[in-house]
Ligand binder design. Structure first.
Ligand code: SF4
Ligand code: SF4
Length: 446
């Protein structure tokens, strides 16, 4: 009860990078926490919130503790910059930015948004760690690596060089480093897309494919499969110039840069995307930024355009589900063989969208049966699980439900996860390969 405000208390107001007009300001969002403790879910009760508490069973690792510390310390009147407090940094450090609190907390305390906001203010007074800069700029590094992808991959995977790199940069030595594809998705599409599209009737439905940085560099084979699948289903694909999704900058709290990226994306894509030609994304964390963070980040002059664009942005599973519903294709194109699928949903997909479209599209082949693993967060959460001080917690989160469920799955069952980090975590934690839903559907085509 010592956290109660005195009578006449007035919460401070801050200049912020995100828009909080729907939440009564940054403090309004923090103060929405009513102490109910729903963020103390466990692997037995199910749900995702809050993975750091689930693994540690420590109150300081709950959303509630983070909200309480923020409320108390940001209200201090004796500091010129209340954001410059190491205790806030510390309590937010184990937040995986999974977004589960945005959807599962009864008051929708969006701690991932608050953490990113805090970090950008913190960096006004503190040096941005080199590791954070590297993670944020990973697509630039990957772009250079694509000059000699085989050499890059050798460095990333050879025992000695990989271990040296990880030690120097502060990554967990037990982690495997994501490797590069043989080509970029953009390059492949530049060579092949036109001829694929030409074979389609002129009135074929159209989508704009969002070439996120993960599908472009690391998972280009998956991106190619997504294009081939859409083409076989009779859907014309457009690829336009746009910047990266900004997810790596958002996850490190580099909101100034994230805002520039969000604005550029909205500017370039809002003129080509509409209800007849939606923007479709392969990696959930990248495409869902258009619906979640971008409208709150672009600034008041662009908020209308960002919101309108958000209405036409969807995951590839949402698009395919919709297309199947509208009879754009039917299940006669798919095998009648049996398959069992274990699905692990992506955290942001669960918080901002839903796993239901993924479940439905994986059931389009008539003898495929899909079971969702009640797994919450996988523990990787972008770069979180790569960082040496977070590795143990990351694996503990994975061990709560996901890893045992994957290990127990029959050897012929397909493990499916739409998120690139989740697939990496499943590989590192269980040694089993997980697939994106489009890979499963493409493999099921006759
Ligand atoms: S963060 Fe949400 S779930 Fe947790 S105590 Fe506060 S209101 Fe309840
Ligand atoms: S974003 Fe995830 S890890 Fe962070 S407080 Fe919310 S539920 Fe917990």
């Amino acid at each position: 009860s010592f956290l109660r405000y005195e009578a006449g208390h007035k919460s401070p107001e801050f200049d912020t990078f995100f828009d909080y007009s729907n939440e009564g300001g940054l403090m309004g969002l923090i103060e929405k926490c009513n102490g109910s403790g729903d963020c103390r879910k466990t692997e037995i009760t199910g749900g995702t919130m809050c993975p750091s508490y689930m693994a540690t069973r420590d109150e300081m690792a709950t959303t509630r503790a983070r909200a309480n510390v923020l409320r108390e310390l940001l209200s201090r009147k004796d500091l010129k910059n209340p954001f410059d407090q190491a205790d806030i940094y510390k309590v937010l450090d184990l937040c995986l930015s999974c977004k589960a609190c945005k959807s599962e907390c009864p008051s929708s305390v969006d701690m991932a948004k608050i953490k990113a906001e805090f970090l950008q203010h913190w960096y006004e007074h503190h040096r941005i760690p080199i590791r954070s800069l590297l993670i944020a700029n990973i697509s630039r590094i990957n772009s250079l690596g694509m000059l000699f992808p085989a050499l890059f991959n050798w460095f990333a995977t050879a025992k000695l060089t990989s271990s040296l790199l990880k030690r120097m940069l502060g990554f967990a030595t037990k982690r495997s480093i994501p490797t590069l594809g043989k080509t970029t998705l953009r390059k492949w599409a530049g060579r092949n897309l036109e001829s694929l599209n030409t074979a389609l009737p002129p009135d074929a439905p159209e989508v704009v494919l969002y070439v996120d940085e993960f599908s472009n560099y690391n998972d280009s084979a998956l991106g190619i499969t997504a294009i081939r699948l859409l083409n076989r289903l009779g859907i014309r694909i457009l690829i336009v110039k746009h910047p990266v999704s900004g997810r790596t900058y958002l996850s490190k709290g580099l909101l100034k840069k994230s805002r520039q990226i969000a604005r550029k994306n909205v500017e370039l894509l809002s003129s080509v995307v509409n209800s007849e030609r939606p923007l479709v994304g392969i990696e959930p964390s990248a495409i869902l930024g258009f619906r979640d963070e971008f409208p709150e980040l672009v600034g008041t002059d662009m908020i209308g355009r960002a919101k309108e664009l958000a209405e036409h942005c969807m995951t590839i599973e949402e698009y395919l589900d919709n297309a199947f519903e509208k009879h754009i294709f039917d299940n006669s194109l798919f095998t009648k063989e049996k398959a069992r699928i274990k699905l692990h949903g992506h955290c942001q997909q669960k918080a901002i969208a839903s796993t239901e479209p993924t479940m439905r599209i994986l059931s389009i082949p008539e003898n495929y049966s899909v079971q969702e693993i009640p797994s919450g967060c996988c523990g990787m959460a972008g770069s979180f699980g790569f960082e040496k001080e977070h590795y143990e917690l990351s694996m503990e989160v994975g061990e709560l439900v996901l890893f045992p469920a994957v290990r127990e799955a029959d050897t012929d069952a397909l493990v499916v996860a739409p998120g690139t980090s989740c697939r990496h975590q499943i590989g590192d934690g269980t040694g089993r390969q997980a697939f994106h839903p489009v890979e499963v559907l493409y493999g099921a085509l006759l």
